[in-house]
Design a protein around this ligand. Structure first.
Ligand code: AMO
Length: 433
């Protein structure tokens, strides 16, 4: 037909007129001569009604030409009365699960096994849409503050974050790894653009299966030069999150409603607490003994609960991380006389609704201090030469952070496992689809 394609969300403008829709057969029903077809396109779903039609299998792509009629009981409030119907590409098999009847997060393995088609579900799609919008907002905000987007290698010769979670690969006979983070390269690029960001997948060979760990995740990385200290970096992240949530309110209200989730208000000044105080607080207020040098997941949950209750904030920065819980590049805290404090760094984490979504901080920019740090972490300086070299050439004080996109998406939407905040998650046992 000569008609231009109309999207289902545009139907209210076309009441009484004939439109052409294209999309997928989301659901179908045949009531003896009368056929109901729920057509799904990128913008939503709409009910189409016709008679004498041979409906194809669910998920076939189809074209409907028909008249738009107000219908309060139909999804979206409008219905299309089919005048002409065409199958564009017929499904050749029934779907392994009924897409409209899928229960969110129920039977997760089956859902992931058939992810190529289950990902078409409205809630699945909503989660990915929200993530796409928050990534777009991340880029837009940073560009407006003078940041330049960079792209750094994902095949690297050394780890940046410490720990044993590197994926080794064979690089034409040389030992190489998949990048755990763009950390070292984003710092180097501060010497070029002063303010940089990157949106890219990174790789962590986490052996354990948890609801917060993926083996491949989307890291939203930021690094800025000429800072005074880590306060500048937290201030930037505070403004950035404010912009992201504003953007989601404008573009993703329907997705949040579908998932029964609310967009948080970002306080003008997100509360901050030093790590040692935070550990004390959860012990004294909630009787939770915190293991390790950091916060454990239960402590993160309790600390978030405390700030939600006392300050109405879904966010809290935990500052002044101990050196033992940070990688070699973390800038140490300085004592009043300017000497290095060997115990505490200028590193911080950001907790959101009970879980860490960001690590960040000021980095070492002084060459001698960096070499001392590498030695005290018992790392091989040769393995880091490609990085340490740049600190001979006037690197300014700098710092940054990284947001785990899936963790932020999952917590925003009340999704229990980060795997559902990724189209094709990689976990301990899953390499396909
Ligand atoms: P870190 O290792 O803490 O810091 O990672 C930063 C953020 O990335 C997310 N994240 C993960 N998400 C899913 N699966 C994982 N396995 C996983 N591991 C981490 C979390 C975390 O807060 N270079 C530093 C950042 C910086 O200082 O700029 C870094 O990578 O949300």
């Amino acid at each position: 037909s000569q008609l231009k394609r109309t999207l289902t969300r545009e139907l209210p403008q076309f009441e009484g007129q004939t439109v052409k829709l294209q999309g997928f057969v989301h659901a179908r029903r045949d009531l003896g001569g009368v056929q109901f077809l729920v057509l799904r396109d990128v913008s939503g779903v709409t009910q189409c009604v016709g008679s004498g039609l041979q409906l194809p299998l669910a998920e076939s792509s189809v074209e409907v030409v028909g008249k738009v009629k107000a219908h309060p009981k139909a999804p979206g409030g409008f219905e299309v009365q089919i005048e002409d119907f065409r199958v564009i590409s017929a499904a050749t098999e029934p779907t392994p699960v009924e897409i409209p009847k899928m229960e969110w997060n129920v039977n997760p393995e089956t859902m992931l096994d058939y992810r190529v088609v289950t990902v078409r579900g409205l809630k699945e799609r909503a989660a990915l849409k929200v993530q796409a919008e928050l990534v777009a907002a991340f880029r837009d905000h940073l560009r407006a503050e003078g940041f330049t987007e960079i792209s750094t290698p994902k095949i690297v010769s050394a780890g940046a974050e410490g720990g044993a979670n590197l994926f080794p690969i064979d690089y034409f006979g040389q030992n190489a790894y998949l990048a755990q983070s763009p950390q070292l390269y984003k710092q180097i690029m501060v010497g070029v653009f002063e303010r940089v960001f990157e949106v890219a997948a990174v790789y962590r060979a986490e052996e354990h299966a948890t609801s917060r760990h993926l083996n491949e995740y989307l890291s939203l990385d930021v690094e800025m030069g000429f800072i005074d200290d880590e306060e500048d970096v937290m201030g930037l992240e505070n403004r950035l999150l404010g912009s992201i949530m504003e953007r989601l309110k404008q573009t993703c209200a329907a997705e949040f409603e579908l998932l029964g989730a609310t967009i948080p208000d970002v306080p003008a000044h997100i509360p901050r607490i030093e790590l040692m105080e935070a550990r004390q607080l959860v012990t004294e207020k909630y009787g939770h003994q915190v293991g390790g040098k950091d916060l454990d997941p239960e402590a993160e949950r309790l600390l978030s609960q405390h700030y939600a209750e006392t300050e109405g904030s879904d966010f809290v920065f935990v500052t002044k991380y101990p050196r033992a819980a940070r990688p070699f590049y973390a800038h140490p805290e300085l004592n009043a006389d300017g000497s290095v404090n060997g115990e505490v760094t200028r590193g911080f984490d950001l907790l959101f609704r009970g879980i860490e979504i960001t690590s960040g901080g000021q980095r070492i920019h002084d060459y001698a201090m960096l070499m001392d740090s590498i030695a005290s972490y018992k790392l091989k300086p040769e393995s880091l030469e490609g990085y340490t070299e740049v600190f001979k050439y006037g690197m300014p004080p700098h710092g940054g952070f990284a947001i785990g996109a899936e963790r932020l998406t999952a917590k925003l939407l009340g999704i229990a496992n980060v795997r559902y905040a990724r189209a094709f998650p990689r976990d301990r046992h899953r390499l396909t689809p």
